[in-house]
Design a protein around this ligand. Structure first.
Ligand SMILES: NC(=O)c1ccc[n+]([C@@H]2O[C@H](COP(=O)([O-])OP(=O)(O)OC[C@H]3O[C@@H](n4cnc5c(N)ncnc54)[C@H](O)[C@@H]3O)[C@@H](O)[C@H]2O)c1
Length: 285
C-alpha cells in the first residue's frame, strides 16, 4: 500500500500492548481503526486513549475472542458497516503461554495453539475474501515472535512453535498471493521484549482450559532475558513496534524483527541446521 490514510484496519488483541501500539500508529498515519479484544476494561481504556488522542471518530472497539469463528465474521461485518471496506488485517492477539513441553497438558496446547495459530487462521479465512472483493488492495500483518527464530530457550516449548507456525504461514501466504498477482501485501512482526501486559496472560485463560497445569502459577512466566553486555534497555515501547509495522506496510516488507541485538542467537540456530546438512553429517546411502 502506498498510504494507509483513510484505509480501514482491524487489529486483534488491540486493547493492550503491541496491538494498541499498532492501532495508535495506524491512527497516527490516518487510518480508520477497529480493534477487538477479550478484555472489557482494556477495551474501555483504548476508547479513552482514542478520545484523548483525537481519533475516536474513526475508531471502533469490539469484544471478540479470535477463536470464535461466527463472532469473527460478525465483527468484520460490523467494522465494514461502520468504517468501510476492510483493507488492513492485523492478526496480533496472542497468549504468552509459558511452560515446558514435558509438563504441558492437553488444555495448555488447545488454548495456546487455539489463540496463537488458529486465531490467526480464523482472521485469514474471514478477512482475505473481503480484501480481495473490493479490489483496492490491502495488507495482512501477523504477529509472531523473535523467540521463534532464535535458539530454543526453556519455558517456550508450547509458545514458540505457535509463533514459528505464524512466521511460516506468512511466508507462504506472501509467495501464494504474489504468484496469483493479488494486491495484498504481507508482513510478519517478530517482536523481542516489548513492555506490555503479556505477563498477565494466565488471567485470560478461559474456564474450559483451566486445568491443574504448572503453567498457571509460574512466578517468572517468561524467564530471564539474554544477557546484555552493553547495558542497553531491551524493552521497547509498543508504539515503536506499531510505527515499524506502518513502515513495513508502506514498503511491503515481509519481516519486522524488532531486536537486531539477538542476531547471534538466530545465527547459532541457523549454523546448527546448516551443519546438519553437511554431506558427511549422516550416512547418505
Ligand atoms: N510483549 C512481548 O515481549 C512480545 C514478544 C513477542 C511476541 N509478542 C506477541 O505480541 C502479541 C501481543 O502481545 P502483547 O505483548 O501486546 O500482550 P498483551 O497481553 O499486552 O496484549 C495482548 C492482547 O490480546 C488479547 N487477547 C488474548 N487472547 C485473545 C483472544 N482469544 N481473542 C482476542 N483477544 C485476545 C488480550 O486480552 C490482550 O489485551 C502476542 O501475539 C504476543 O504473543 C509479544
Amino acid at each position: 500500500m502506498k498510504s494507509v490514510s483513510g484505509a480501514v484496519a482491524f487489529v486483534t488483541g488491540g486493547a493492550s500492548g503491541i496491538g494498541l501500539g499498532m492501532a495508535r500508529a495506524l491512527a497516527e498515519a490516518g487510518a480508520k481503526v477497529a480493534i477487538c479484544d477479550v478484555h472489557d476494561a482494556r477495551l474501555d481504556e483504548a476508547r479513552d486513549i482514542a478520545t484523548q488522542e483525537g481519533w475516536a471518530d474513526r475508531f471502533l472497539a469490539l469484544r471478540l475472542d479470535v477463536t470464535d469463528r461466527p463472532g469473527y465474521a460478525a465483527a468484520l461485518d460490523e467494522t465494514e458497516a461502520r468504517l468501510g471496506p476492510l483493507q488492513i488485517l492485523v492478526n496480533n492477539a496472542g497468549v504468552g503461554i509459558a511452560g515446558p513441553v514435558d509438563e504441558a497438558t492437553h488444555a495448555d496446547w488447545d488454548w495456546g495453539v487455539g489463540v496463537n495459530l488458529i486465531g490467526v487462521a480464523n482472521g485469514l479465512v474471514a478477512g482475505i475474501p473481503r480484501i480481495k472483493a473490493h479490489g483496492q488492495g490491502g495488507h495482512i500483518v501477523n504477529t509472531a515472535s523473535e523467540g521463534a527464530i532464535m535458539s530454543a530457550r526453556r519455558t517456550r516449548g508450547v509458545y514458540a512453535p505457535t509463533k514459528a507456525a505464524v512466521i511460516s504461514l506468512t511466508e507462504h501466504l506472501r509467495v501464494e498471493l504474489e504468484a496469483k498477482g493479488v494486491d495484498i501485501g504481507t508482513t510478519v512482526v517478530c517482536p523481542g521484549p516489548v513492555a506490555t501486559n503479556i505477563s498477565e496472560t494466565e488471567n485470560l485463560r478461559p474456564a474450559e482450559f483451566q486445568v491443574d497445569s504448572p503453567f498457571r502459577d509460574r512466578s517468572e512466566p517468561h524467564g530471564a532475558l539474554p544477557t546484555n553486555p552493553s547495558g542497553i534497555n531491551y524493552w521497547l515501547e509498543p508504539l515503536t513496534v506499531g510505527r515499524q509495522m506502518i513502515h513495513a506496510i508502506l514498503t511491503n516488507k515481509l519481516y519486522v524483527i524488532t531486536h537486531p541485538a539477538f542476531i547471534d542467537s538466530v545465527k547459532a540456530r541457523h549454523a546448527a541446521i546448516e551443519a546438519a546438512m553437511a554431506e558427511d553429517y549422516l550416512p547418505r546411502d
